[in-house]
Design a binder for this molecule. Structure first.
Ligand code: XIL
Length: 386
């Protein structure tokens, strides 16, 4: 026969089970708060008028990367094509356009309600090299190159009219010391090549937003040069909607104070500011690195330069979190001036920083890990905007 429990014993058991329930609920909610909810960052940013995007590659678009499509669709409401809209891919020969990958990218964005951004119309890197030579193999004349640039801008922009919200019209035109980059564009056309590109872009699609984009914007001389360019455009009435701070950041660059100053100075021009290629390189850089994202600068692989093959150390993880929070702290303070934050890559798996400036490393620069899972720091980023 069961022994009847005393009233006190019953009370005691009820209290114990209530306590156990509370503890287990607390543990669950702690666990829940460690794993950021997919899409939560995008939601909080869109409430602040900021699009959250990523550069995505052709294999992600084609659904060939396990886990990529659902993670991209859940976490981002904007995207850029990592390579396939660059001139060397889309316009490989005179009179020949290769739309395949760009069309697939645009279809992917349309199907998934993702705002597509065009990257990029005119750049010294990955250009359509044939444009720089005439039919005799001599350097193209100014009128010839202007005509080719115009035709390229018109053809590409008009194909995607209404499907691309805005374009990086000109990429990386100014050097860190504030001088104009010497490139076939500046050499063969002259300093007005930038302004011509924007005039053509506006003519080609008057509804598209037009952006100028560059890295190392926290460097004072470069900041000043872009401010001069913006003021010059504004005086001449040339359309420009936003300035892109690429933001290929590292552990010890850029200086966050200078970076914030740049954001403030650009915002003060009345243009929107965009973080267009955000990532955080946790890996050591080659000697005397200047914090640039000059794609043509490369260095040879050495074991010592690839220290986190199995994952970041706890110490490195903390630096990663602190740096991300420092940058997003700046974005939160200036949220009215920012219209888009775009990561350069959807996840660590496909980041260009696994192969640049040193090939074959294991890099951890983004907020989605190699399995396309959000990293815990995202929870703290969200809090900055709530
Ligand atoms: C990079 C791509 O991520 C790489 O896959 C490619 O090999 C080189 O270009 N600044 C830019 C981007 O504006 O277009 C570059 O993308 C990274 C630096």
């Amino acid at each position: 026969m069961p022994v009847p429990l005393s009233i006190n014993m019953k009370k005691y058991l009820i209290i114990i089970s209530l306590l156990a329930m509370t503890l287990s609920m607390q543990a669950k909610s702690k666990k829940k708060s460690d794993t950021p909810a997919p899409g939560a960052l995008k939601e909080v940013l869109v409430k602040n008028g900021i699009l959250l995007g990523a550069a995505i590659n052709q294999w992600e678009v084609a659904g060939e990367v396990p886990g990529a499509v659902p993670a991209i669709v859940a976490n981002f409401n904007s995207a850029e094509a990592e390579n396939c809209m660059k001139a060397e891919v889309i316009h490989p020969k005179e009179g020949v356009y290769d739309w395949k990958l760009a069309d697939e990218f645009i279809d992917f964005c349309q199907r998934n309600n993702i705002t597509a951004i065009g990257h990029c119309l005119v750049w010294h890197s990955q250009p359509a090299k044939w444009m720089f030579k005439d039919k005799n193999g001599e350097p193209a004349s100014r009128p010839l190159l202007i005509e080719r640039m115009k035709e390229h801008i018109f053809t590409v922009m008009q194909r995607y009219k209404g499907k691309v919200k805005g374009w990086d019209v000109v990429n990386e035109a100014i050097l860190d010391d504030g001088t104009l980059r010497v490139s076939p564009w500046s050499e063969l056309i002259g300093p007005d090549w930038i302004e011509l590109a924007f005039r053509f872009a506006h003519e080609a699609d008057p509804d598209a937003e037009l952006y100028i984009n560059d890295f190392s914007m926290a460097k004072p001389a470069k900041r000043e040069a872009y401010l001069r360019l913006i003021r010059d455009f504004q005086q001449k009435g040339i359309r420009i909607d936003a300035i892109g701070m690429q933001s290929h950041n590292g552990v010890d660059y850029p200086d966050v104070v200078e970076y914030e100053k740049t954001l403030e100075a650009y915002a003060a021009t009345g243009l929107k500011v965009m973080m267009t290629e955000l990532d955080l390189n946790m890996l050591p850089n080659p000697k005397d690195w200047d914090g640039s994202a000059e794609v043509n600068k490369k260095a040879a692989y050495e074991e010592a330069m690839n220290p986190y093959k199995k994952g970041l150390t706890l110490e490195a993880q903390k630096i990663f979190n602190d740096r991300y929070l420092a940058f997003f702290g700046i974005y939160a303070r200036h949220k009215e001036s920012i219209s888009r934050i775009n990561f350069w890559g959807a996840s660590d798996l496909n980041s260009w920083l696994n192969n640049w400036p040193i090939k074959g490393r294991t890099s951890y620069p983004l907020i989605l890990d190699r399995q396309y899972k959000l990293k815990p720091v995202v929870n703290d980023i969200i809090k900055l905007f709530e």
